[in-house]
Write a protein that binds this ligand. Sequence first.
Ligand code: SF4
Length: 434
Amino acid sequence: MSSKISKIIGGSIAEELEIETGDILISINGTEIKDIIDYRFLLADDYVEVEIEKKDGEIWTLEVEKEYEEDLGIEFEKEIMDEAKSCCNNCLFCFVDQLPVGMRKTLYFKDDDSRLSFLQGNFVTLTNMSDEDIDRIIRYKISPINVSVHTTNPKLREKMLNNRFAGNIYQRLEKLANAGIKLNCQIVLCPGYNNGEELINTVKDLYKLYPSIENVAAVPVGVTRFRKNLNEITLYNHESSKKELENVFDFQSKTIKDIDTPFIRLSDEFYVLSGNEIPKAEFYGEFDQIEDGVGMIRLFRDSISKDLNKLKIEGKGSFTLITGTLAFNEISKAAKAIEAKNNNVKVNVHKVINYFFGETITVAGLLTGQDIMKQIKVESVLEYIIMPRNMFKSGENIMLDDVTIDDLEKYFKKKIIICDYKGEDLIQLINEHI
Ligand code: SF4
């Protein structure tokens, strides 16, 4: 276990107490520190006893009087100091099981740790938690927790997660919800398993826990070309995605009437595949499920039309915009609108097909550098290349196949600009480069 201190904030209590980087925080009030959640929770007092192991091995016990909310002013090498919990499931739709060999090691780690849910927004199944772990969430008020529910039908959940202990999800959610913990729920829809009537039963169950559960996001299962020796999975197509949208329509209409939100929202892929009209912005509320690809198209479309008048009309420049097949049509429309507004701006949108994982994977976030380099001719690239942020590892410049921004810039001999989901970012970035 390592709770090594990596930084001391200037002017902080820690500096005053001569705590240094490289020292180890052992405990607060006698409780061992396992993670940043322990640290934050135990520190919330106006008197604490802090045990520090100095770099030379000497143990210091420090009595600290402070403001209730005041921090010691230290940062740690890792937010989770023991090992992150891995999952104990074998989900039939697991993406990790469908990865090719030879990718970076961290991609194969199946994490299922509620602390990462709170700290980094990861989704957890709650299957590897003891009752004490659930009580710790409640005691520490760790909220919100992002939960992969998939279904509330106990037998079906056991089957889908391949885990005979996975069936008690509703009881666990109920316990957390009754304790005031906010829960963001996600469902990976697998046709023939948890869709149709099963889906409606699940959302009706989850709706009983409103407002602790405010909304549920449903995404379609993804299958890569490396899926071998695993159960057959049917993918959504034009008809079945249309049917799924119809399936949830009555439930959504009722909750829109009752609580002003559809409660369950299906991701953009369902609308693109079915050809159904993308719902209006009101349908998506605060766009809380954007990371799940729920409402991304609406947000982009609206922010482009709202911010198009901010595009500089005197500037000049040309851009190559890279995306996957899912968002290609939408981004192409935005590119045309930008070109129409300023005739001296050229925006070429390149649709990159995901040959690496397989053509049925259409989201931009799962594209690899090698597909981009294979499919876009160097001589076709304009002055700047614009790529969405979700093509890169969070907080880093590296793609799924370890290709970096630097690699792409060297290959294309052009500058790469990273852009967020919103159209306003695109307009602003174009303004900055014309
Ligand atoms: S919980 Fe997540 S990581 Fe674990 S098997 Fe299921 S999908 Fe894979």
